[in-house]
Design a protein around this ligand. Structure first.
Ligand code: SF4
Length: 292
């Protein structure tokens, strides 16, 4: 039904509808399911997302390696201290991003959206957006479906894997998905959603994947927290009426090409970037018994 952003946009124009409507239509056409079943399944997904993005706010969730954890609670407590520079909603959104990352690193249950490494961004962005906008569950579900439509286009035409395209592909995709969803939840047009998705990629193009010891922990949790912010920034820029000079499909292609140009040491091998710093090498020895 659609494989590119341009086709998705054309369909929304032809049907005078939202991106989520087209994603629902596609699901109905390609799977043996009903609209009610799609919404019910989405509700279950959101429940897991809610749980993973809130667990770390109340308790310190430490990773299996014991190398990281507890930052979601610190950031959440800070959000509630009244001292943060960003407003409380956005700092809470960051805390939620940390939370799912910590639950993932502790082998807890998360929704890989689009991957486990970037699983913190979409739940945090969508939950916080819902709270800030004051929309209902149906709009939240539609946000999830819109995010899925954007993720599908990226996966089809480029990659969502850090091992293939760096963190720009993984956290970048999650941010782009979330940005498009926030725009729709806020009442923006499908065109604005695609602009927001473009901005999310452009803002972090070239971001490398450099997890210490090859574990999805550090700097992954930080990238999830900042990825949530990137989604809000991109959504707000698009909602303000700013248009991406470069169409979404071309941005996705550029992101993929940048990923191909990256050294393999910067694509999830844990051999470059932050992972190759002297302190990271010490941490590997201490927590993972890994030698050089
Ligand atoms: S640094 Fe690599 S492993 Fe970590 S979140 Fe980014 S893409 Fe995933």
């Amino acid at each position: 039904m659609f494989g590119k952003g341009e086709e998705l946009l054309k369909l929304t124009e032809e049907h005078s509808c939202l991106i989520s409507d087209i994603v629902i239509m596609k699901e109905l056409q390609t799977t043996n399911t009903t609209k009610e079943e799609i919404f019910e399944k989405s509700r279950k997904i959101l429940k897991v997302m809610e749980s993973s993005s809130s667990r770390g706010l109340k308790e310190s969730v430490v990773s299996v390696s014991e190398m990281s954890g507890g930052d979601a609670k610190k950031v959440y407590d800070y959000a509630n201290s009244g001292k943060s520079l960003l407003n409380k909603n956005l700092v809470t959104a960051m805390a939620r991003g940390f939370s799912t990352s910590e639950v993932n690193a502790s082998m807890g249950k998360i929704v890989a959206a689009p991957t486990a490494g970037a699983a913190g961004i979409l739940p945090a962005a969508l939950y916080q957006a819902r709270e800030m906008i004051g929309c209902d569950e149906d709009a939240h579900i539609r946000g999830l479906l819109t995010a899925g439509g954007i993720g599908e286009i990226v996966a089809r035409n480029a990659t969502v894997a850090g091992a293939v395209g760096g963190c720009q592909a993984e956290c970048g995709s999650a941010s782009a998905m979330a940005a498009a969803a926030i725009v729709e939840m806020s009442g923006g047009t499908p065109e604005m959603s695609l602009h927001a998705a473009s901005f999310a990629f452009i803002n972090i193009m070239g971001l490398v994947c450099d997890p210490i010891g090859g574990l999805v922990e550090y700097p992954c949790a930080l990238r999830n927290a900042s990825g949530v912010m990137n989604a809000f920034v991109a959504a707000d820029i698009a909602l303000a009426g700013v248009k991406s000079l470069i169409p979404f499909d071309e941005v996705v292609e550029a992101m993929y090409k940048v990923g191909q140009l990256m050294s393999p040491t910067l694509r999830e091998t844990g051999l470059g970037g932050i992972a190759a710093t002297p302190t990271a090498i010490e941490l590997r020895k201490k927590h993972l018994n890994q030698e050089d």
